[in-house]
Design a protein around this ligand. Structure first.
Ligand code: NAD
Length: 298
């Protein structure tokens, strides 16, 4: 199949690599030209803008920071919609707002094309090893048609419902996992300052009812090792919490805890940590508690 891939960052690059390795032809684009180099080395072709990518593709993927970039790349001048070929499908893998996903899907539908929102979960490691959840919204028949391609990106492909449903499911997931970072920061600083080392607390909690994936795959490999390289950046985490708050506001749903969580990621952003891994949010709590959570040999 001829596949286009736009947005070759921390997630886009490994996802595109897996699609390429599954034996598909690929055309790529990113505003940072150097981001295309590793894929070109594997046989992908560079295109000069999103329209040119779409012109050469049967399925076009994007993996972009958020709603603003998705709207610009999909619908803007020189964008994907201008280059779509008959029968082609556009699949957005970004964590986007459902309202933006629905707006873009409607613009594509009006010209006879299908668009799926298909945000992913599992981080950069999951993207490299194909261990991703792909949460899909849009027309189910179109979903079935592109599913074999989605299987090249993640082993947990899941249809969530009509346009926007993939984004909603992803936002719910990230509200939980990003809040857990803040909550675990508070709980672990209490435990360590009370005299039990981080490693022992980790071993105890992962055997108990507080066990969770964010602790096992996130804090263990990042915060506890003092490693804040992206990963999943603080600024993307702030964007995702805000997508959740925006949705809550649209629906008149009170969400006090999530409003506090937003303040934590905002403070981390204001410290200049926006490009660090989202675990850096816990550094704020370490500072206030005057204790560090480290277990480098865990
Ligand atoms: P990133 O910042 O590393 O990558 C984004 C890429 O998009 C960059 O290469 C950037 O140059 C490119 N880009 C930006 N604007 C563009 C434009 N107008 N045209 C073409 N290219 C453009 O971000 P990431 O970590 O790869 O995340 C991508 C998406 O996946 C985000 O929506 C994020 O929320 C989501 N996500 C990330 C992770 C993670 O662990 N990093 C996990 C799940 C979901």
């Amino acid at each position: 199949m001829r596949v286009g891939f736009i947005g070759l960052g921390n997630m886009g690059r490994p996802m595109a690599t897996n699609v390429l390795k599954a034996g598909h032809e690929m055309v790529v684009y990113d505003i940072r030209e150097e981001a295309g180099q590793p894929l070109i080395a594997l046989g992908a072709r560079w295109a000069s803008n999103p329209r040119a990518v779409a012109h050469a593709s049967q399925v076009v993927f994007t993996s972009l920071p958020g709603p603003k970039e998705v709207e610009e790349v999909a619908l803007g001048p020189g964008g994907i919609l201008e280059g779509m070929q008959p029968g082609a499908v556009y699949v957005d893998l970004s964590t986007n707002s459902p309202s933006c996903a629905r707006r873009v899907a409607a613009a594509f539908r009006a010209k006879g094309f299908a668009m799926l929102d298909a945000p992913v979960s599992g981080g950069v490691t999951g993207a490299q090893t194909r261990d991703l959840a792909v949460l899909v919204g849009g027309d189910e028949e179109v979903f079935q048609r592109v599913k074999p391609l989605l299987d090249a990106i993640g082993t947990k492909v899941f249809y969530c419902g009509p346009s926007g449903a993939g984004c909603i499911a992803k936002i719910v997931n990230n509200l939980i996992s990003l809040s857990l970072n803040v909550l675990m920061g508070e709980a672990f600083t209490i435990g360590v300052k009370a005299g039990v080392p981080t490693r022992t607390l980790y071993e105890a909690v992962t055997r108990s009812s507080g066990d969770n994936n964010r602790l096992r795959r996130g804090l263990r490999n990042q915060l506890f090792k003092g490693n804040f390289q992206p990963g999943f950046a603080v600024d993307l985490a702030l964007k995702d919490v805000r997508l959740g708050l925006e949705l809550a506001r649209e629906l008149d749903i009170p969400v006090e805890l999530l409003a506090l969580v937003e303040q934590k990621y905002l403070e981390a952003h204001n410290r200049g940590w926006g490009r660090l891994n989202s675990d850096a949010v816990v550094l704020l709590q370490e500072e206030r508690a005057k204790v560090q959570l480290r277990a480098p040999d865990l």
